[in-house]
Design a protein around this ligand. Sequence first.
Ligand code: GTP
Ligand code: SPV
Ligand code: MN
Length: 597
Amino acid sequence: MTAPCRHVGLTRWVEEAAAMCRPQQIYWCDGSREEYDRLMALMVESGTATPLAKRPNSFLFRSDPSDVARIEARTYLSTLTPEEAGPTNNWIDPGELKKTMKSLYDGCMKGRTMYIIPFSMGPIGSPLAKIGVQISDSPYVVCNMHLMTRVGSRVLEALGTEGEFIPCLHSIGAPLEPGQHDVHWPCAPIENKYISHFPQENLIWSYGSGYGGNALLGKKCLSLRIASSIARREGWLAEHMLILRLISPEGRKYHIAGAFPSACGKTNLAMIQPTLPGWKAETIGDDICWMKIRPDGRLHAINPETGFFGVAPGTSYRSNPTAAEMLKENAIFTNCALTDKGDVWWEDTDGPVPKHLIDWKGWDWTPESEEPAAHPNARFTSHISQCRSAAGDWEDPEGVPIDIFLFGGRRSTVIPLVFESFSWDHGVFLGATASSESTAAILDKVAPVRHDPFAMKPFCGYNMGDYFLHWLETGDRLGKNAPRIFYVNWFRKNDDGRWLWPGFGENSRVLKWMCDRVDGKVGARETPIGLIPEEEDLDLSGLSVPPGDMEELLKVDTEAWKAEYFDIEVFFDRLGSHLPERLDAQRKALRERLRHF
Ligand code: GTP
Ligand code: SPV
Ligand code: MN
C-alpha cells in the first residue's frame, strides 16, 4: 500500500523500519469505524478475539500468561548518561541498546502486517497536543489505540509535510515463517522484551510485549516518560493523574488532579458518584494529565487520552456504577473470565459467582478452583464517549484550572485517611515520599511497600531528583495560584483485614473537606505529618462507621511514623546530589516535628 502521507521524514522512517522488520505488507491506519470492525473481524476469525453475546460490539482477548502487565525490569530510559536517568530508572547506553534491539527487530515482522498508526495525544491541532506515529505488528494494538487516542487520516493532515512527530516502533517480536501456525497471543520471551525510551531523540522502541503500557505506546511511553522530559524542558507538567470536576450543591466547581500508583484508585475516583446529597462529579481523565500555566496564572490540565484502560477486577455496580454501565457495549476486555452465556466475569463484580467459567488462561474454572478466574490485572478498554460521567467539555483545549492535588497510595497501616500539606514545599515532599503496597499492575516482584513518588516511579523520563525540583519551581511560578495539596489513603485495614473506610462513592466526604479547606470554611488539627481533619470536620451524615474506626483512620502513630521517616531518609539518600535542598529541609523539619510530638 502506498503511503497516504507526503511527510518526507515519516515516509523515510516507515521505509527504514520496513527494511529492518521485513513485514509481509504495510497498512496505513485511517482511524475509521470500518477499519476497527474489519480488524476485529479478522481477529475473531483467527481465534484471537471472542465476541461477547451479552455485550454488543464487545470482545474478549486472552494474553499469553507471560504477558499480562507492564514489566518494569525490562523498561529502559536510555539517556546519554546514567545520571540523567537517575537511580529510579533502568539505564542502558543508547548505542548499545539500539544495537541489541536492532538485532531483535531484524526480520521480526515476517509473515505479519506492519500497521502505521498516526495518533494525537490531546485534541488534534491544539497547541498542547503531541503527535505520535506508532508502527506495530499487532491488530489488537491498533484497535486499542482507536479507543485510547485520536487515530488516523486527520492526524496525518495535521502533520502536513514537515510537522513534528514522536516515532514509536513496536513489535510483538514473533515472526511467522511460511506455513508456521500462529498462536493466540504471540509475543517474545521475557528476556527479549524491551520497552525503551530515548528522551534525547524523543524516540520509543518497544519489543516483545503486546500488553497495555508496554504496547499502547501513546500511553505511558509517550504521554508520561517522553512527555515528562519534554515538559521539564518546556516548563509544564506531564503526570500520572486522574482529573475530576466536583460540583457542590451551590454549583461551585472544584478541579482535582490526583496521582495514585497503578491499581490504586484513579479510574474509580475519576468516575466517582458522590454519596453526599447535592454533590455531582464529572470525569475529565483517569490516568494521564498534562498541565500548563495559562495567562490567568493558574495551572490548567488536559487529558491527552480519549479512553480508559482500566482494571476490571473489583469493578461493579456497587463500587463503580459509571464504569459498570460504560462497559455494557463497545468495549475490549483482556484477561477476564468468560461465562457460559457469553459474558465476561471477574472477581468482586455483581451477582453470584458462576458455577462454571472459562478462566483467563482458557481453562475450565469452578468456584473450587484455587486461582482467580480473571487475572488480577485484567483490563477493559472503553472510549470516553461511553462514559456517562464524562464532562461535556472534557476535550476543551484550554483545560481546566486545578484547585486541588491529591497524592496517595495503597497502605493498609500507618498512613491516615487524609491530611493536608502545610505549604507547597511540604506538599511536594508528600508527593516525593508517597509509597504504596505492590499490585498486579506490574509483573515484577517488588518490595511489599515501595516508594512511588508522585506515582511516577515507573514513568518519570529523567532524574527523579530533578523532577522534584521541577515541581518546586512550578510552585514558585504559581505563587498564590498554586493548588492546595492533600495526601489520601483509601486502603486502611484493621487487624482482621477488613477495610476501615468504605471508599468509592463515600470518598466524596473526604473530597468535600478538601473543598471546604480551599474555601476556608473548615478547620484542621496540626500534627507532625500535616493537617488532619477532626472527626466532626468530616461530613459523615448517614454513614455508619464502626466505633473506633474513624479514630484509627485519623490517628498519627508517632512510633510508626519514625519508621516511615527512616525509609524516607534511605530513599532520599539514593538521589544523592540531585535531591533538592528544599526537600532535604522538609525531611529535617519532619524529623524535628516527630521528635517533639
Ligand atoms: P491504573 O489503571 O493501573 O493506573 O489503576 P488506577 O489507579 O486507575 O486504579 P483503579 O481505579 O482501577 O483501582 C484499582 C483497584 O482498587 C480496583 O480493584 C478497585 O476496585 C480498587 N479501589 C479503587 N478505589 C477504591 C477505594 O476507594 N477503596 C477500596 N477499598 N478499593 C478501591
Ligand atoms: C498502569 O499500570 O498505571 C496502567 C496500565 O495504567 S498500563 O497502561 O498497562 O500501564
Ligand atoms: Mn495508570
